[in-house]
Write a protein that binds this ligand. Structure first.
Ligand code: NOJ
Length: 517
């Protein structure tokens, strides 16, 4: 049987934060062999593909998003042979493998940046990055007012007085994509992994790769509101020139049928989003609207309508995500404790009822909340104005088994971030044994999503619902009912296929969702 080349249009993709999934060598940091040893877990969960966060040689200033060599594996995570084994074993189980690529910047330890530092202003080595003279009589003011997406100015001065641009940490200098050498090297990286057999890519900062040559000042208000961002002038991101770069990337992927790229595109401007995923550009764009919408049926319904319309207008599938390694875990966003978990379970059913592509973040299937971390324990250099502090709270290693940390994550004593003892009842082992667990809710939902005929169609419609609730209907007939009010409500007639909390006397509890046919 030939495999469907457009698998990515309806896939459920599981994001593996490599450091935190499973450790095979006892050093307390997850690795590729650890992932390989847990592939059956992913098969049982029912995901179609994985996205691996960067595992390339890196000084790990930003946990691997500072890449020193994009065509190798950091010894912390394994080696190329392990990667090839992981790929083959995943494919043998019918799981596609997509990998993160980081085109916007390199590590400051990348040989190119080291060469740029050793070369004079105006040299071809500096032309791969954004080196500029400073402003003011002594050139001791940055070339413009851009701020890093993390904190502080986006410019750092080097010994000879020039400044270089970095939208993230100073250890992540931005590449200059108007330089053909930069384009060619990235295409080489894509081919390197495609030739090994990967099924696609997640493109880091896909909206930031192009900058206007004259680097005009930004409106400082753009820093502080990601949702309203489109209202303010911000030449750091979403420049039109970036679309052409994605067309170039698409041409490379088109040489490898059945592969796909999803861009990390932070924009809430629907027209802009659809430009990124118009024919001939990115296959998919991350849509973060659901992750940023509070647990409120009316607001969620409005978010869903918008997030469906933009991709459909250009024939691309919508994408959905409730969390990733950069934002708070949904259980904590929705209020933590029992309520947070109940709402996260309800939202899993909402998300998995939607047409298109779903991105799950490792650990959400266990209902994990944020981990408690002190400032000293956090390793995160970033944490942006939108992320409410350290992102490491959402990056705690996964609890697999046993009653005490490290819960089977590693054979060693320590884990790179401490694991809370309270997670003893959230382990995979405990949840596998409990049919009412969150893990089983995800397993059941994924199986139905894949196999039930009522899940068909590209759009949804809305039926009448009590205040604080919605009834969303797929073309194939599945209805997903969400109750975000604080009272139980009558479910519409029909057979309940799955519910996030117990349905009694035909009533759906508050903070719950159910699927009906
Ligand atoms: C987005 C990644 O998801 C994030 O973790 C990283 O810090 C920045 N891009 C910079 O690469």
């Amino acid at each position: 049987m030939t495999e469907a080349l457009d698998w990515w249009r309806t896939a459920t993709v599981y994001q593996i934060y490599v450091r935190s999934f499973a450790d095979s060598n006892g050093d307390g940091v997850g690795d590729l062999e650890g992932i390989r040893s847990r592939l059956d877990y992913l098969k049982d969960l029912g995901v179609d593909a994985v996205w691996l966060t960067p595992f390339y040689p890196s000084p790990m200033v930003d946990n691997g998003y500072d890449v020193a060599d994009p065509r190798d594996v950091d010894p912390l995570f394994g080696d190329l042979a392990t990667f090839d084994r992981l790929l083959a074993d995943a494919h043998a189980r019918g799981i596609k493998v997509t990998v993160d690529v980081v085109p916007n910047h390199t590590s400051s330890q990348h040989p190119w940046f080291q060469a740029a530092l050793a070369s004079p202003p105006g040299s071809p080595e500096r032309a791969r990055y954004w080196f500029r003279d400073g402003k003011g009589p002594d050139g001791d003011e940055p070339p413009n007012n851009w701020q890093s997406c993390f904190k502080g100015p986006a410019w750092t001065r080097v010994a000879d007085g020039q400044w270089y641009l970095h939208l993230f940490t100073p250890e992540q200098p931005d590449l200059n994509w108007s330089n053909p050498e930069v384009v060619a090297d990235f295409h080489r990286t894509l081919r390197f992994w495609l030739d090994r057999g990967v099924d696609g890519f997640r493109i880091d900062v896909a909206h930031g790769m192009a900058k206007p040559a004259d680097l005009p000042d930004m409106d400082p208000r753009a820093m502080f509101n990601v949702v309203e961002h489109a209202n303010y002038y911000d030449p750091r991101l979403n420049n039109e020139g970036v679309l052409e770069l994605h067309e170039g990337i698409r041409r490379v992927l088109d040489e490898y049928p059945g592969t796909a790229a999803i861009g990390e595109v932070w924009t809430f401007d629907d027209e802009q989003m659809s430009q990124y995923i118009a024919p001939g550009r990115l296959h998919l764009g991350f849509d973060f609207r659901l992750a940023l919408t509070e647990f409120d049926a009316d607001k969620l319904r409005a978010a869903i309508d918008r997030s469906l319309a933009a991709p459909l207008s250009v024939g691309a599938p919508p994408t959905w995500t409730l969390s990733n390694h950069d934002v708070w875990r949904q259980v904590s966003r929705y209020g933590d404790g029992e309520i947070g978990l109940a709402r996260a379970r309800a939202m899993a059913l909402v998300e998995l009822a939607l047409p298109g592509v779903v991105y799950l973040y490792n650990g959400e299937e266990l209902g994990l909340p944020n981990g408690p971390l002190t400032e000293e324990q956090s390793t995160d250099p970033g944490g942006t104005s939108d992320m409410q502090g350290s992102r490491d709270v959402a990056r705690i290693p996964l609890p697999w088994s046993g009653d005490m940390p490290p819960f089977g994550f590693t054979t060693g004593q320590r884990t790179w971030l401490p694991m809370p003892v309270e997670w003893a009842d959230r382990t995979v082992e405990k949840q596998e044994a409990d049919r009412s667990s969150t893990l089983w809710l995800y397993r059941d939902a994924l199986r139905l999503r894949k196999t039930h005929p009522a899940m068909s169609g590209d759009t949804v419609s809305w039926e009448d619902a009590p205040p604080g609730c919605f009834v969303m209907r797929r073309e194939g007939g599945l209805r997903c009912v969400l109750n975000s009010s604080d009272a139980p409500v009558d479910l519409p007639p029909g057979e309940v296929l799955l519910a996030s909390s117990q349905v009694q006397d035909g009533k759906l509890q508050p903070n719950a969702a159910a699927w009906l046919v």
